[in-house]
Ligand binder design. Structure first.
Ligand SMILES: [Fe+2]
Length: 117
């Protein structure tokens, strides 16, 4: 499935804001310690109706598929994933809309190395 592109990432249209996954992670992520990734689709909630909905949200860690979460109507257009990382990693979230294709966001997670850890 082709990934949709935003026209101007600094000035998203309301259509784009509904589709672009919004990845939320804790402020501090430690090596090997489980944490939760929340993916909301998107900052402006995408509709979840019989006619128009987000099918699934996928997470990739360093380009490898980690998990796929199928969304069920009439739940919210968001998914949560429990993850642990061994190194600094690139997290990609991909959301698939039944009408408007696949949308991706990426976030670089740099492990917390405070307190001598
Ligand atoms: Fe859509």
């Amino acid at each position: 499935m082709k990934i949709q592109k935003t026209k101007n990432p600094d000035n998203l249209t309301s259509f784009e804001q509904k589709h672009l996954p919004w990845i939320i992670i804790p402020e501090f992520v430690k090596k090997g310690e489980e944490f939760e990734i929340t993916v909301k689709v998107g900052k402006a909630n995408h509709p979840m109706t019989d006619e128009h909905y987000i099918r699934c949200v996928r997470i990739y860690i360093n380009g490898e598929v980690f998990k796929c979460c199928n969304l069920k109507l009439p739940n919210k257009s968001e998914a949560k994933f429990n993850v642990f990382l061994k190194k600094d990693s690139l997290i990609t979230a991909r959301a698939e809309c039944n009408l408007h294709g696949a949308w991706e966001s990426k976030i670089k997670v740099v492990l917390y190395r405070g307190n001598g850890g």
